[in-house]
Ligand binder design. Structure first.
Ligand code: AMP
Length: 486
């Protein structure tokens, strides 16, 4: 199938050709015709499948007709992280270059003034993270009564990050008659319930079962003592043909420690995690993208959706707590058909995590030995929750935290407080604490984290769109039972 068969307009087709795409990806093939027909869409797709273009391309086409009023965005795209929001904005720039749609990117940390100015001029496409969106709404800078097109992207990630109450509130402010696209990499029952609440008679489209790593990624796992991990990593970095690599840690504190250690050993490394101010996050990611930094030590903030071409390696300095995160992490390499290599370093207590990952990916990850280092047995019976200090843990084990088992003769490690990481702690809280989470407190904390951010607004410009001066195109056929009516 070709893009022109999907029903997209000539300007969008030209932008696609300029981007060098010759064929729609499966999610694009399945979703675009329904979006163009005005249908709600429930899409089960991961990043890396061409999902972003599956909604941005038809949106550009649909929004080409019409004009935005001040403070009344015509469409809204909600993204869980600033990086993903910025990436969607780049997609609009790329695919919308032959249109004059106004776009605003509302992400935390940036000065309100510029964002408000942008909104005042009227925007066709508003791309936002939920917290900043609510802030601007509460300040009276946004009216959502004219927003007839909504995209909720990465819904399962939103759930993990505690954004769902914000999203429910935002959706409650939108017109009931609208077109809604809802994407999620996985479809657990609570996400399905949300989809049922937000969508009207949606077309369900789904591609590649979630959590299947690309075939282009060669995986390997080394079991080493925790205190040998840095040495193991250095060995791999020196013996593998590493052009550039993401190195994932489970905790922000470890990102900082490992980053310093790698620099000390002469590696050209940067660090990225959610506690850094947005300007630093953006700069570091750009430096990595441009090749000014070879190694990016990061938390799971970089695991999803970050799309950098030609990344040769991914290293899991820690085995992720959540099996799905493994797939997202290693998906940063082996993109666009290129070969990639993913190495994981497992401590002896990581057996349960490794087991869960291997079950999810449907294969045993080949083991490798690291020259000069002992290879302990992987303990599949250890209870990871006990080691993370849950009730029932011995005092010492509980304090130690998971994944820090040492050789028997070693002295007990210094007590390290576990730093909150976005995905896990909230999920843990959700799983182990029966009472309701304090969402207001979570939101307040998230906003505090966003205050220092200085990322610029990306827009299409402020010209009067040329299409206003042109005769309107006939409306698209809506014969196939659209569920949304004007
Ligand atoms: P996404 O899933 O939206 O993160 O997209 C993953 C990558 O695929 C991005 O680098 C896109 O630029 C690229 N891409 C999207 N659509 C196509 C296509 N039809 N052909 C080739 N590459 C594509």
């Amino acid at each position: 199938m070709t893009f022109s068969e999907l029903g997209l307009g000539p300007e969008v087709l030209r932008a696609i050709a300029d981007a060098g795409y010759t064929q729609p990806t499966p999610i694009q093939e399945k979703a675009i015709p329904w979006v163009l027909q005005g249908r709600d869409v429930l899409g089960v797709a991961q990043t890396g499948t061409g999902k972003t273009a599956s909604f941005t391309l038809p949106m550009i086409d649909i929004l080409a007709q019409g004009r935005a009023k001040a403070r009344m965005p015509r469409s809204l795209i909600l993204e869980p992280t600033r990086e993903l929001a910025a990436q969607v904005a780049e997609n609009f720039d790329k695919y919308g270059k032959f249109h004059k749609l106004n776009m605003a990117l509302l992400i935390g940390g940036e000065s309100f003034g510029d964002q408000i100015k942008k909104l005042e001029r009227g925007v066709d496409v508003l791309i936002a993270t939920p917290g900043r969106m609510i802030d601007l709404f509460e300040r009276g800078n946004i009216l959502l009564t004219d927003t007839k097109f909504l995209v909720i992207d990465e819904a399962d990630r939103m759930l993990d990050m505690g954004f769902i109450p914000d999203i429910e509130r935002i959706v409650g402010l939108l017109p009931k008659i609208r077109q809604t696209l809802f994407f999620s990499a996985t479809m657990p029952p609570e996400i399905k319930r949300l989809a049922d609440a937000f969508l009207m008679n949606p077309k369900e489209v789904s591609v590649a079962p979630p959590a299947s790593p690309a075939k282009t990624v060669t995986q390997a796992l080394a079991v080493v003592y925790d205190e040998d991990k840095r040495q193991a990593l250095r060995h791999l970095l020196r013996t593998e043909d590493v052009k550039n690599a993401f190195i994932f840690c489970n905790r922000k504190k470890d990102v900082a420690i490992l980053h310093k250690s790698l620099q000390k050993h002469g590696f050209n490394a940067g660090a990225l995690h959610g506690d850094l101010v947005q300007s630093v996050r953006t700069e570091t990611l750009e430096a990595f993208r441009q090749g000014a930094i070879d190694l990016l030590v990061c938390s799971d903030v970089a695991a999803r959706g970050i799309d950098i071409k030609g990344v040769s390696h991914v290293f899991n300095f820690d085995v992720p707590y959540n099996a799905e995160d493994y797939v997202h992490r290693i998906g940063r390499t082996g993109r666009a058909g290129l070969a990639g290599r993913a190495f994981s370093l497992a401590g002896p207590d990581d057996g349960k995590y490794v087991q869960a990952i291997e079950k999810l990916v449907g294969m045993e990850i080949p083991r490798v030995l690291i020259d000069g280092l002992e290879t302990p047995e992987l303990d599949y019976s250890a209870d990871p929750r006990r080691r993370r200090g849950k009730p029932g843990a011995s005092k010492e084990e509980g304090r130690r935290g998971r994944g820090e088992r040492r050789r028997p003769e070693e002295p007990a490690p210094v007590v390290e407080e576990r730093v909150q990481e976005t995905r896990r702690p909230e999920r843990e809280a959700h799983e182990h604490r029966p009472e309701r989470r304090d969402y207001r407190e979570e939101r307040r904390r998230r906003r505090e984290e966003e205050v220092e951010d200085r990322t610029p607004v990306i827009g299409f410009g402020d010209d009067i769109p040329a299409f206003i001066l042109r005769a309107a195109r006939p409306t698209r056929s809506t014969e196939s039972a659209p569920s949304v009516e004007e």
